[in-house]
Design a protein around this ligand. Structure first.
Ligand code: NDP
Length: 228
């Protein structure tokens, strides 16, 4: 049975990715910075009959990442799939954005994925199998004009850079890809967003379960490659 970790799995798109992966028979570690909210979310999926284990994981805290990685790798042996989903949306232009949100945005959206990748990638390379999925955004696309709030767009563009650069150094069956879920009805996307969480989670689940001949080092929306 394959094993996956989803960061920010307690709600929104991350929760739906947890549900979708476990429906495919994958054991899911539902990452949540709040222990209570993670347990509540995992319980909800367990009631639906899914194999979901809550893991306390604050991606803006490198020690928390180390602890979660040690727990997963020591207690459960290995990780096949890492979904870097957790993120925050600091509002405003570079000069408007609240000062404390600059660091918080960088720590959550950029350093979090970097440390999570560093925690799990060596064991994937050793095993010769891995799928890393970076939940990015069209607002992080140079091609689409980096049109979001400054820190959000900049950190998502950098997340895409992680995808492209990391892919250069991977063995054949360890893959890393970015995706844009589209505009999705979650706390971040708001109630007017055009897409359901199921639609938002679809491409991430597809990338998490790519066959051995699937792509790596690319950016997708609706399962179609898009420009950086
Ligand atoms: P939500 O705001 O609904 O959920 C964000 C999740 O990330 C929550 O589980 C939240 O946990 C978690 N999180 C935030 N900070 C941390 C942290 N430091 N450590 C661990 N978890 C954290 O967002 P969405 O579900 O909408 O977004 C999911 C992903 O999709 C994000 O990467 C986002 O950028 C991307 N995206 C979303 C779009 C949309 O329209 N919704 C559009 C484009 C991209 P908690 O409950 O504790 O706050």
């Amino acid at each position: 049975m394959k094993q996956a970790l989803v960061t920010g799995g307690n709600r929104g798109i991350g929760f739906e990715i947890c549900r979708g992966l476990s429906k495919k028979g994958i054991k899911v570690f539902l990452g949540s910075r709040s222990k209570a909210l993670g347990e509540e979310a995992a319980e909800q999926l367990q009631k639906e009959g899914e194999k979901v284990v809550p893991i306390t994981l604050n991606v803006s805290n490198p020690r928390s990442i180390q602890q979660a990685a040690a727990q997963i790798l020591n207690e459960y042996g290995s990780l096949d799939i890492l979904i870097n989903n957790a993120a925050i949306l600091p509002e405003g232009s570079l000069i408007e954005v609240e000062e404390k949100l600059i660091l918080e945005g960088v720590e959550t959206n950029l350093l979090g994925p970097i440390y999570c990748i560093r925690a799990f990638l060596p064991s994937m390379i050793e095993k010769g199998y891995g799928r890393i999925v970076n939940v990015s955004s069209g607002w992080g696309s140079f091609h689409e004009g980096l049109q979001g709030p400054a820190i959000y767009s900049i950190t998502k563009a950098a997340l895409n850079a992680i995808t492209l650069n990391t892919a250069l150094h991977l063995p054949q069956n360890v893959k890393i890809n970015s995706l844009c879920p589209g505009w999705v009805r979650t706390r971040m996307g708001g109630p007017s967003a055009l897409r359901s969480v199921e639609e938002g989670a679809d491409t991430a689940i597809w990338l998490a379960t790519l066959p051995d001949n699937g792509p790596s080092g690319k950016f997708f929306r609706d399962r179609q490659e898009i420009a950086w």
